[in-house]
Design a protein around this ligand. Structure first.
Ligand SMILES: [Zn+2]
Length: 72
């Protein structure tokens, strides 16, 4: 799987819980800083499948920018 596809799957697996970029990176096993997920989540947020907002990450419980998959 490509990195964007892995991130897409990870966020969807947590639905409806929101998750932050840091936990996404950890969750999909990104070790390369160049593959920072911020750009990918930003791109996903432009689709109707995902919503990005300020909130509490369901994984690390930090208040920050999080993203969640829409739908049920
Ligand atoms: Zn987090």
């Amino acid at each position: 799987l490509s990195v964007p596809q892995k991130i897409n799957d990870y966020i969807t697996s947590l639905r409806p819980e929101p998750v932050c970029n840091k936990c996404i990176a950890k969750g999909v096993g990104l070790t390369n800083d160049a593959a920072h997920p911020a750009q990918i989540t930003k791109a996903l947020a432009t689709t109707s499948d995902f919503t990005q907002e300020s909130g509490t990450c369901s994984v690390c419980k930090d208040e920050k920018k999080v993203i969640h998959a829409n739908g049920t």
